[in-house]
Design a protein around this ligand. Structure first.
Ligand code: PEP
Ligand code: MN
Length: 372
């Protein structure tokens, strides 16, 4: 059972303490308070764990300070929607809003290679009105002899340049908890020039110790990739690990699943799960067409498969697009063959805007039919 306290009572108030005391003393129940930072306000949700079946929701609702009570019938205690349309979703980070209603594009380098490429990328983003990017410094590679990313040595120039070009959020994968400290230090060295969204890659979706460590820190929101060889339910439980440790600023990213049934794409595109995620959870949903499709092939209509996949995700209501671009894909050290060119950025963004417009019209149409 989740008990939502009224937003106007602070955690120092008497009402708050009394409500928490009352709930903690219920027999066989443990009460755990959790702060939820919504886009509008901060809320306190108290999770009642134990035998809650015998509790009366009316009685708990009547406790002073309690706004309402939700019975949890499904998994994903914190991140789940629990068929409750009113639960706040989303958050603001470094001036950028992320929710199930917004759309943000994170175009950028799969892997940072040279300061020149970083600058060319960031400048192009600024010139096209973008405030988010992706930049890989720690790369999990299949082959131990492949380029592993520049690690912390590139962070100062990446963050400094991001600040210079007005980038507010850099999505950056971490493969070890020590990387979080390195990122924090890098940001400090550059006077917090930008913000970072920590990315957990598909190979680490069930690295529970990494999830716990990243969930314990509150400084950065997290982009969790769906595990490529596990069920959606297993990946959602991975997201819940982050939230259960205290960080519920989580975005869930679809990036395709590994099966040769997806050939000739790198993975089988799974963007039909966008609405499923929005129904089951409160997380904003990201799609990564680059790592799903993995090629620059295009069809006779002139569109790249990865633009088609992006449009499919966005027309289905995706809230974020993570996409590889590179100023000189032939020179990229990781994933050059799937990178879009800087000269294609305007086209890509316009295509995304069309798909978003289509989604908004589809939503209005659904609403009209619901009312009819
Ligand atoms: C990436 O986004 O750079 C990446 C490695 O993705 P994934 O974890 O989805 O393979
Ligand atoms: Mn990649």
């Amino acid at each position: 059972m989740i008990v939502i306290l009224r937003s106007d009572i602070g955690d120092q108030s008497e009402e708050y303490q009394q409500a928490l005391d009352y709930l903690s003393k219920l027999p066989g129940i443990t009460a755990r308070a959790h702060k939820v930072q919504g886009t509008q306000q901060e809320l306190t949700e108290i999770y009642l764990i134990g035998d809650t079946k015998t509790l009366s929701a009316e009685e708990v609702s009547a406790v002073p300070g309690v706004e309402r009570v939700i019975r949890i019938s499904e998994e994903y205690r914190i991140l789940g929607r629990h068929r409750d349309e009113q639960r706040t979703s989303g958050f603001e980070y470094n001036g950028v809003l992320f929710s199930q209603g917004t759309l943000n594009v994170f175009a950028g380098l799969c892997a940072v290679d040279t300061p020149e490429h970083v600058e060319l990328m960031l400048k192009a983003l600024r010139d096209h009105g973008q405030v988010c990017t992706r930049m890989g410094a720690y790369k999990p590679r299949t082959n131990p002899y492949s380029f592993q990313g520049h690690g912390k040595s590139c962070l100062p120039y990446v963050f400094e340049q991001a600040g210079k070009y007005g980038i507010k959020v850099v999505a950056m994968e971490v493969t070890h908890e020590s990387h979080v400290d390195e990122i924090q230090e890098g940001l400090e060295q550059t006077g917090q020039a930008t913000g970072v969204m920590l990315q957990i890659g598909t190979r680490n979706t069930q690295n529970f110790e990494l999830l716990k460590a990243v969930g314990r820190q509150q400084a950065f929101p997290v982009l969790l990739k769906r595990g490529f060889g596990i069920t959606l339910n297993e990946s959602l439980n991975a997201a819940e690990y982050l939230a259960s440790e205290g960080n519920s600023r989580v975005i869930f990213c679809l990036r395709g699943v590994k099966t040769n049934m997806g050939d000739p794409h790198r993975n089988l595109v799974d963007f039909s799960h966008v609405p499923v995620l929005k129904r089951l959870t409160r997380m904003p949903v990201c799609v990564d067409p680059s790592h799903s499709v993995g090629t620059r092939e295009r069809s006779p209509d002139g569109l790249y498969d990865l633009m088609h996949a992006t449009a499919q995700g966005v027309a289905a209501g995706a809230n974020m697009v993570l996409v590889d671009f590179h100023p000189a894909p032939a020179k990229a050290l990781v994933d050059g063959p799937q990178a879009m060119l800087l000269s294609e950025l305007a086209w890509f963004l316009e295509d995304v805007a069309l798909a978003r417009d289509c989604y908004e019209k589809r939503q209005a149409l659904a609403e009209a039919h619901r009312l009819a």
